[in-house]
Design a protein around this ligand. Structure first.
Ligand code: ARG
Length: 572
């Protein structure tokens, strides 16, 4: 569509110059004003003439009428004036011809904004806290983060995905105390993460009755900080156990990280930043703690050191950003966390700016809303949590059962493969269907439905394009593109919008734009499939065009799936 928006903008600019002598209407500005009409019957594109009205000192109605008659005789589109709008109907053959040739030329790269080459983006996401549960609250950072990575890679950026593991902090003191009091090697080895979480939860329950446990935990953490061998060995062990389990979940989600440098990695990198803050005169002592005052920015102070001199979450983030800038020389550093951490990021971003670091403007916090499941809120400390692995396992099991009912003859192996792709895909798709900032109530039944706007539905559509293509043989760009129905034209219009949707998703850090695109494309394709014969038509040009459209949908759906970490399955 971009190409046609540009073409129309150029024609309008020229038409204005002759219809309204002495005026200059900028092509790019006009292109930016062109929009999609709410109702397809009005046209494929529209230009509201209100902005032009100010510039040209004529009424929008008059401008629209004048331009419509100036543009009469155009072959690639027809312009029509209506209430101060210029509505455009693009020639279906021209739009299909140009869109299909782009898809055939670019294939899997069709839609890429191609504007990231030579630039680096660092993405900090997932980052669970070791020894605490990896619950469905982490689903957001994990899938939004990975999708943003895919989107940036698609645009050509060099991307570094960092899992900033929460592998340092007082919780390790708690774990060490809990393990020595109530744990044992065999039980933890056997139970893995679950056993660790159990110990963690037990610690909190017991500490409610016995305050002294918290002091013990602080002391053990302090020993850990000082490098106590036994505590270090326990800490490493807890971390290895957790990582082994996270890897299973990441594998299911098809996610890999480039770095696992967690919070502990920055322990020796913080003192230099604290010193710099001190040298700049930015540190203030407040009730024994060291803070950076942010009152003039209407924020509470940023805590740098506790009373006892130990470092804090913001201290580590500052040190990590500095290190990453020097290591990766990033053009953008993206942090994906729940909106509950928005203030934390605003605070330390400001501190980095006050420190005079050049990269302060390249830091981006991408927040998302809360998740509840079937109406129930999550609570970490009481143990009332739904683990991400459990949610995935449930989804996989349900799909397996549905598949067995549908295809009783299918081998268990094949079924398992489908169940994993479709079960995990359903969760990811459902999660990414909403604007990220919205709170989500996860309804598993809805996510897994094969009807409605779900993962299984779009995967089914993809599988349908695959089986059609198998019957088509080799598909090439048609010599003569021939569009004869509304369904084909509407389908082409959606395909033509893909590049704009990708750019918008990257600009807004919003994977849900891709999810919505996938739904639009699936719906248009299914209408086309039901109303137009694809494999049997008498007209060779029509047949070639329809096959090419099927190929284009298959390719573009495949690309869009990979942008939101949804697996492509040929069978469902
Ligand atoms: N581990 C943190 C948590 O689970 C998230 C870390 C986010 N990244 C960062 N650089 N602060 O809440």
């Amino acid at each position: 569509m971009k190409k046609f928006k540009k073409l129309i903008a150029e024609k309008i600019s020229t038409a204005c110059a002759s219809a309204f002598p002495g005026t200059v209407v900028d092509v790019d500005d006009t292109e930016a004003l062109i929009e999609y009409p709410p109702d397809a019957s009005m046209g494929d594109l529209a230009l509201p003439c209100f902005k032009l009205s100010k510039m040209l000192r004529r009424s929008p109605v008059q401008i629209a009428l004048t331009l419509a008659s100036a543009l009469e005789g155009e072959t690639d589109f027809k312009a029509e004036a209506l209430n101060g709008y210029l509505n455009f109907k693009i020639s279906p053959d021209a739009l299909a011809g140009s869109t299909l040739s782009e898809v055939f030329a670019d294939k899997e790269l069709y839609g890429s904004p191609k504007n990231g080459y030579g630039k680096t983006v660092v993405l900090d996401y997932s980052s669970p806290n070791v020894a605490k549960p990896f619950h469905i609250g982490h689903l957001g950072t994990t899938v939004i983060g990975h999708s943003l990575k895919k989107l940036h890679e698609f645009a050509g950026y060099n991307c570094v995905g960092i899992n900033y593991l929460g592998d340092w902090g007082t919780q390790f003191g708690k774990m060490i105390v809990a393990y020595r009091k109530w744990g044992n090697k065999e039980a933890v080895e056997k139970g893995g993460c679950d056993a660790l979480v159990e110990l963690y939860v037990r610690f909190h329950n017991e500490a409610e009755k016995n305050e002294a446990l918290n002091d013990e935990a602080r002391a053990e953490f302090h020993k850990l900080e000082l490098g106590d061998e036994e505590n270090i060995a326990l800490w490493k062990w807890f971390k290895d156990i957790s990582l082994a389990e996270y890897s299973k979940t990441y594998k299911q989600l098809d996610i890999e990280f480039d770095s696992y440098a967690g919070e502990s990695f920055y322990t020796d990198k913080m003192p230099a930043q604290v010193q710099k803050l001190r040298d700049l005169g930015l540190l203030k002592i407040d009730d024994g703690a060291s803070i950076v005052d942010l009152e003039q920015y209407n924020m509470p102070p940023c805590l740098i050191l506790k009373k006892d001199g130990s470092t804090l979450y913001p201290t580590r983030d500052i040190a990590a950003a500095y290190y990453r800038y020097n290591t990766y020389n990033f053009d953008k550093a993206i942090y994906v966390t729940s909106a509950a951490q928005s203030l934390h990021f605003a605070q330390w971003f400001k501190v980095v700016e006050m420190m005079g670091y050049p990269f302060y403007n390249n830091l981006v916090h991408v927040p998302y809303g809360t998740v509840s499941i079937n109406g129930a809120k999550l609570a970490t400390r009481t143990g009332n949590v739904i683990l991400l692995k459990e949610l995935l396992a449930q989804a996989i099991e349900k799909v397996d059962r549905i598949t067995a009912e549908k295809n009783p003859d299918m081998s268990a192996e094949k079924r398992a493969e489908i169940a994993e792709a479709v079960g995990v895909g359903a969760i990811v798709f459902y999660y990414l269907s909403n604007n990220r900032i919205k709170d989500i109530n996860f309804m598993l039944e809805d996510a897994l439905s094969y009807e409605g706007n779900t993962g299984p539905y779009v995967q089914y559509t993809y599988a349908r394009t695959c089986s059609l293509l198998e019957k088509c043989g080799t598909v090439t760009m048609p010599e003569k593109v021939k569009i004869t129905t509304d369904e084909e034209h509407e389908l082409v219009k959606v395909l033509a919008q893909f590049p704009e949707r990708v750019s918008a998703a990257i600009e807004a850090y919003e994977p849900s734009y891709i999810t919505r695109f996938i739904l639009d494309l699936s719906a248009s394709f299914n209408r086309f499939y039901h109303n137009c014969q694809i494999l049997v038509t008498d007209d060779a040009d029509v047949a070639a065009t329809r096959k090419a459209l099927t190929y284009a949908v298959n390719t573009v759906l495949g690309t869009a799936f990979s942008l939101i970490c949804l697996k492509k399955t040929k069978q469902i």
